[in-house]
Design a protein around this ligand. Structure first.
Ligand code: SAM
Length: 209
């Protein structure tokens, strides 16, 4: 097992067997820029617990943050998931592995080159349960809603109202708001349980005008 995964388990960031299994099977090195792999090597990338540049001022998220958010999200086999700000596609691939063939992941990314980069990277694993969309994820993805889970990798000033609407009752949403991660659990048509976990850093959610 990678030393990093081992440490994330020991420190309590990774708990759920299906999330741990996905971390083991999906290598973060498959989602890094080719020049970085050439310069640093795959092992360095697999053990590195910090964000990595993927150009356009964007990053592959930090493993600790992805682990923490996935444990809050609690994706299940068979879930339909909306992944907002798919970037390198690493988290998209982890989700596709977790939900399995009966589930589906819709990955939305606003920068076309990154949508294509993420799509190519996820393509290395041959998943048939992922669709990439280029667009503004702040509006969610209305024509594919409702979702069992919604996760975002870019921080807005608030949770977007469309995300709340597009979440199924009983569904979970994990998204950054400022420097905190917020978890919402939808308990009724317009009712949510809310928890907040401060102390993280994210790139901003860029909304189309
Ligand atoms: N999970 C990704 C990964 O590990 O590679 C995270 C990538 S990065 C931290 C966040 C991404 O959100 C960036 O690629 C950025 O372009 C994207 N983003 C920001 N605002 C967005 C929006 N309104 N709609 C879709 N994507 C957005």
């Amino acid at each position: 097992m990678s030393r990093l995964i081992d440490r994330l388990i020991k420190e309590g960031y990774l708990n759920s067997p299906r999330i741990i299994q996905a971390f083991k099977e999906i290598s973060r090195a498959d989602f890094a820029l080719e020049e970085l792999i050439k310069k640093e090597g795959r092992e360095f990338i697999e053990e590195y617990n910090a964000p990595l540049s993927i150009s356009f001022g964007q990053t592959v998220s930090q493993p600790l943050t992805v682990a923490f958010m996935l444990e809050l999200l609690q994706p299940e086999k068979g879930d339909r998931i909306l992944d907002i700000g798919s970037g390198s596609g690493w988290q998209t691939a982890l989700l596709a592995k977790i939900v399995g063939q009966d589930g589906f992941v819709y990955a939305i990314e606003r920068i076309r080159e990154l949508k294509e980069f993420g799509q190519r990277n996820v393509g290395k694993y041959g998943f048939k349960n992922v669709e990439f969309v280029c667009g503004d994820g702040s509006k969610g993805l209305g024509d594919k809603a409702p979702f069992d889970r919604i996760i975002a990798a870019a921080a807005g000033e608030e949770i977007q109202p469309e995300w709340k609407k597009q979440l199924k009752i009983g569904g979970r949403l994990a998204a950054p708001v400022g420097n905190a991660i917020r978890l919402l659990i939808k308990t009724g048509e317009d009712k949510f349980k809310k928890k907040e976990y401060p102390g993280f850093a994210f790139v901003p959610l860029i909304k189309e005008k």
